[in-house]
Design a protein around this ligand. Structure first.
Ligand code: FE2
Length: 337
């Protein structure tokens, strides 16, 4: 069934990238045995679920990779802050990466990893968020993953301070770090050639972009990051943003070049700076809590810390499992998670 998506994609509640009849059959078998095509779970749990292989072969340089990797992908949503969290994993090694986790969704993500039998190797951040507290530090405490952030974020207790051009290897999966400052000075995007996708955080949103009026934001810098770096990728490259407030889930480089009124088309750097200067946006509700917490991977000391935040930060796996109604918390704990 066609939904106007790229050639080779089908939508079944799952999106499948299929490289041929053989692969279609293989993936359909996987759906029958491992997935549940049909209505999606509630949006707070998982708005979309898809698995694909061979995407990289669809892209011209620079998104081409020699080897084909089977990628497990989930786009997850936090309705309170309209934040997307992305789970990527290599189907063979079962090693996984979470990009831009949300502390309020810690339980959801831990449970999903467990259900899919994935080992979380990395919790990566696109930037120091001002609108939500990250779960990365908590995930590290509980699951033993490594936390990676851009080298210019100012985060003090990350395991990896990622530089432009560096790569993160997770099983057969590779993520390349692309410095894309402008929303904040430490923003990075992650290029996953295996999935033909870029995870842009807040630097480029669907038909918009992140604000540039705090955290060393700079409109001219953001313009260069988007126009000079992200828009230099092939047009078919998928864009997965850090947020969307209008129910959209993904875009492409080509789409944003054509339809992003703020920074696409023939918009000049001067026009863009003028637009950003006139936005007059409200002070983020969570900023005074989120930024100090996130400068330490979500674990930083927060002045007048709300009880709710303390409770979230101290949640154990056992309590998570009890709350989610699972009877096998002991078995779960016994597996070392
Ligand atoms: Fe942000």
């Amino acid at each position: 069934m066609s939904h106007g998506l790229a050639e080779g994609l089908e939508f079944h509640g799952f999106l499948l990238w299929t490289g041929g009849l053989e692969r279609i059959a293989k993936l359909n078998r996987r759906i029958v045995s491992g997935g549940q095509p049909g209505p999606c779970p509630p949006p707070s749990f998982c708005p979309i679920l898809w698995t694909h292989t061979g995407v990289a072969s669809r892209f011209a340089t620079p998104l081409r990779r020699a080897a084909e990797v089977s990628v497990i992908f989930r786009q997850l949503f936090d309705p309170e802050t309209s934040t997307y969290t992305y789970l990527l994993a290599d189907e063979v090694s079962r090693k996984a990466v979470l990009i831009d986790s949300v502390l309020d969704q810690f339980e959801r993500d831990v449970r999903l990893l467990r259900e899919l039998e994935l080992e979380l190797a990395y919790a990566l951040e696109t930037h120091v968020h001002a609108d939500h507290v990250t779960a990365s530090g908590r995930l590290r405490d509980v699951l033993g993953c490594r936390v990676g952030v851009g080298e210019s974020t100012g985060v003090t207790n990350a395991d990896l301070l990622l530089r432009d051009g560096e790569t993160v290897h997770c099983g057969e999966l590779t993520l390349e770090v692309l410095a894309t400052p402008g929303h904040t000075s430490g923003c990075v995007s992650y290029v996953c050639r295996d999935a033909g996708s870029i995870f842009t955080g807040d630097v480029l949103l669907i038909r918009g972009c992140g604000r540039t009026d705090f955290q060393e934001g700079n409109a001219a810098t953001l313009f260069d990051s988007v126009r000079g770096r992200l828009f230099s990728m092939p047009d078919e490259t998928r864009i997965y943003p850090g947020h969307d407030y209008h129910g959209r889930m993904m875009s492409t480089v080509g789409e944003e070049k054509r339809f992003n009124l703020r920074i696409g088309l023939d918009r000049s750097a001067e026009e863009f700076a003028a637009i950003m200067g006139e936005l007059d946006l409200a002070y983020p509700k969570q900023m005074d809590i989120a930024v100090p917490a996130n400068l330490e991977c979500g674990l930083g000391v927060v002045p007048n810390e709300p009880d709710r935040l303390s409770a979230l930060r101290s949640k154990s796996v056992a309590s998570v499992m009890e709350e989610s109604g699972r009877q096998d918390a002991e078995i779960w704990m016994g597996s070392g998670i």
